[in-house]
Design a protein around this ligand. Sequence first.
Ligand code: NAD
Length: 353
Amino acid sequence: MSVETGFAVVGLGMGKHHCKAIDSAPNATLVAVCDVDEERLAAASHEFGCQTYKEIDDLLANDDVEVVNVATPSGSHTDIGLKVAAAGKHMIVEKPADITVARIDELIAAIDAAGVKAAGIFQSRLDPLNIEIRDAVQGGRLGRMIGVHGHLPWYRKQSYYEGAHGSWKGTWAMDGGGSLMNQGVHTVDLLQWIAGRVTSVMGMFGVFDHEIEAEDQSVAILRFESGALGTLYTTTCAFPGRDQRITMYGSEGSFVKREGALESWKLLGDEDGEQEQDMLGRFGDKKVEKGSGAADPMAVSFDGHTQIIMDMVEAVQQEREPMISLHSAKHAVEIINAIYESGRTGRAVEIAG
Ligand SMILES: NC(=O)c1ccc[n+]([C@@H]2O[C@H](COP(=O)([O-])OP(=O)(O)OC[C@H]3O[C@@H](n4cnc5c(N)ncnc54)[C@H](O)[C@@H]3O)[C@@H](O)[C@H]2O)c1
């Protein structure tokens, strides 16, 4: 087998970041791209010099393609993924893996039956600060977790929701929601990835400042399996778009994080502030370049995507599972849909373990 793994990208919005990430990943070759939009296809062909396909079925007949990156509208991920699995190819699926747990389960079953590999995309899990925070929380360094909070006051213009590539956004059928499912899913995933499973939620949501179907603002109360309580806020109405903020409070420590940077790190037993200085020295505002989608949907660094692609190359070559499984990418979607259900019914919604 060649040391190069052949990739294809389906969907050339966010998918263009995938193309760049594949280009920059060692042992990965961008063989082909696919999009139903001919203009986007021509632009990608010009930029990346790869083969182009308008039809996914034609792309899947290309034997040089071993891995397909699925970056089409969220509610189409399973439909495309089922075809990819049936063709015996591996896949990397953009967030959210799909918009319901039932559809993600359908995709996982097809992947298992075909014996192919699949990775989800939650690039925040690759951020060294988030890894360090998770190790500290799960290692008990913050004591018993009390409060787990995520705040995402972002801004999107109305035009973001319009046109050929905007009109699926903020719809129930293809986006599975709005500010919570599309933008907020990274924050929800981080909270549960760091602080553990969520067992029940109460939520409210609505449309406040856009002409869209689903929602552009949501608030929720979360109960974690650990016993901690949490709050979650998402919007795309907060002009001009402010930073994501994650705060967690434990019986022996707490931290405040703004976008990619740590603002505060306090631990009982760190009276001389040595550990705080170490953390702020490595992850404080001045040390970290903050990539933020607060106002710009495409301001996503492709470093995380590159790592996910490199991991898939290794997973294929070493015949192991990728680091972000679709199974692990599912709980965020489960939490979000429970919040929507709570908002619709006015009742707390339990999430079965
Ligand atoms: N990881 C991140 O931070 C991040 C950021 C932005 C978007 N995303 C995700 O990427 C996905 C795409 O979002 P986007 O903003 O790029 O949307 P987009 O509408 O700009 O791009 C989707 C592309 O898919 C193409 N397409 C649709 N159906 C197709 C089909 N059947 N075959 C081939 N091409 C098809 C469209 O023509 C379009 O060019 C979504 O799931 C979104 O949640 C992830």
